[in-house]
Design a protein around this ligand. Structure first.
Ligand code: AMP
Ligand code: MG
Length: 496
């Protein structure tokens, strides 16, 4: 008797069990010549999948959508959303297919989704495909975010399709395999709220609560508790973004996951020189999603989320509105609390509080005036915390070093009240202030190498570096360097 081999991916799906209004069942569109560009073996094992259970060629077929494995129930999810403030009733997965879910080795349920897998009923005018550049960009940035300790969707694989996609020019096509705690967005709730489908809203809320916030099921008001959980998760998430200079770029409600993970890496970017008004996205003409606007925009999205939950919060409409409004208003305070924690750790404080806001803002103001590189400044502060002589390397970053000198006096006097030894403080700071982020110009360089020379080597090398952001080997020091004026990237594109 032979024991049958286990399925390569142990799917166990729940979203597919939800009623028809939630999704459209369909298979990905096959592609002519799939080939693996990158395959994340560590993540694979974390998902309970043996990366060696299939050959690379067979995995390429799977991650291209050409081969549907047992247990997979491919579907496109329905959702709506506010894009740049305007409501769009019909969005949905126009170029993505959820293959199914797995329960990972820690017992967490995770979605496995293909992005760029062909047209769906939600494609509108689009071709359902993705170009190689944006796929590599999302791969790099989502994995870097995870390595930085920031909740994020992950990248399991990237394949080239062997088929060109037409954008401004013909570009090589690719598909990203994305892993998420779930792909439910604020816009998923909006989809049902807009239809007045109270039953579906309830089912969606239960699904999300079971999956991400099980304790809210036991609360007196589960709908309100769910809102609170999502508000809290987003307040923390955006504070973490702010701490690494991350600009999402398209914080539309369809790009905000209720799980609290960063999702949909389009024109996203890390800033080099600090400025609160920094915007990279070519389509964000008004700067709606500028770095410094992100907390406000997250709160705006959460107000839209709260609106969808009103029927689930209280049977009395006015009471519902009052409870939901208070919670949405609590975002600011929650955000500030997380932001103080994040920034306090960056400055080497073992316990920062409201009294430290002036110190944090003082540095940011000086950095803005002094046109200082965000990542380098905080990284060099780690050295300065250990040895005052290293102040010089920080002050050199400022166009007006006196502004740094004045701030550094206040910082040192604050540090004297903090119990940590300088060695311990510096060590802690080096675990929150990355040596390396995926700088825009580097991302563009490795994409260009893959596109123009067909060479994935530079992409792989950068990926290795940004996945270990807290230390940088001698040979990799160049990755810490900000762009020269000629290398500087001014605009990013979502490439859809
Ligand atoms: P995004 O800007 O990537 O968040 O996408 C916004 C909406 O446009 C979603 O409904 C996507 O599924 C859809 N979309 C983006 N690119 C394409 C494409 N190439 N083909 C079809 N739909 C797309
Ligand atoms: Mg999107």
């Amino acid at each position: 008797m032979t024991i049958p081999a286990p399925d390569p991916i142990p799917f166990s799906n729940t979203y597919a069990r939800l009623p028809e209004a939630f999704h459209v069942r369909l298979n990905p569109d096959p592609v002519p010549d799939p080939s693996l560009i990158e395959f994340n073996h560590d993540l694979c094992r974390e998902l309970g999948i043996d990366p060696l259970s299939l050959t690379p060629e067979a995995w390429a077929q799977v991650f291209a959508g050409n081969r549907i494995l047992p247990g997979s129930e491919p579907l496109a999810m329905a959702y709506a959303g506010h894009q740049f403030g305007h409501f769009v009733p019909r969005l949905g997965d126009g170029r993505a297919i959820l293959l199914g879910e797995v329960v990972d080795v820690r017992g967490q349920r995770r979605d496995i989704q293909l992005k760029g897998s062909g047209r769906t009923p939600f494609s509108r005018g689009g071709d359902g495909r993705a170009a190689l550049g944006p796929v590599l960009r999302e791969y790099l940035v989502s994995e870097a975010m995870h390595a930085l300790g920031i909740p994020s969707t992950r990248a399991l694989a990237a394949v080239s399709t062997g088929e060109p996609v037409l954008r401004d020019t013909a570009l090589p096509g690719a598909i990203l395999t994305r892993v998420a705690a779930s792909h439910v967005r604020v816009g998923t709730f909006q989809h049902f709220a807009m239809r007045g489908d109270r039953a579906a809203l309830g089912q969606l809320a239960d699904h999300v609560a079971d999956r991400h916030y099980p304790w809210t099921r036991e609360a007196d008001r589960p709908g309100l508790a769910l809102l609170e959980a999502v508000v809290e998760a987003q307040a923390r998430l955006v504070a973490l973004w702010m701490g690494v200079g991350f600009i999402h770029g398209v914080m539309n409600t369809d790009n905000m996951a209720v799980s609290g993970q960063t999702i949909d890496f389009g024109p996203c970017a890390f800033m080099d020189v600090y400025h609160p008004d920094q915007v990279f996205s070519a389509i964000d003409i008004q700067g709606r999603y500028a770095y410094g606007n992100q907390p406000t925009m997250a709160q705006w999205n959460l107000a839209r989320f709260a609106e969808t939950l009103l029927p689930l919060i209280h049977s009395d409409e006015n009471q519902s509105l009052e409870l939901a409004t208070d919670l949405v208003n609590s975002f600011s305070e929650r955000f500030v609390r997380h932001w103080i924690d994040v920034m306090g750790l960056k400055l080497g404080l073992s316990a920062a509080d409201k009294g430290d806001i002036a110190l944090i803002q003082g540095l940011l103001r000086a950095m803005e005036q002094g046109q200082v590189d965000f990542t380098l400044c905080f990284r060099r502060l780690c050295d300065a915390a250990e040895d005052e002589a290293e102040d010089e390397s920080v002050r050199q970053l400022f166009t007006q070093p006196e502004a740094f000198d004045a701030w550094a006096m206040q910082w040192r006097s604050r540090l004297r009240q903090d119990p940590l030894s300088s060695g311990e403080r510096a060590a802690r700071m080096r675990r929150v202030n990355p040596a390396c982020i995926p700088r825009n110009h580097r991302v563009e360089q490795v994409i260009a190498a893959a596109l123009e020379a067909g060479d994935p080597g530079p992409f792989r090398r950068l990926l290795g570096v940004v996945c270990n952001p807290w230390t940088l080997g001698e040979a990799d020091q160049a990755y810490a360097r900000p762009p020269t004026p000629a290398e500087r990237v001014y605009q990013t594109f979502c490439g859809t």
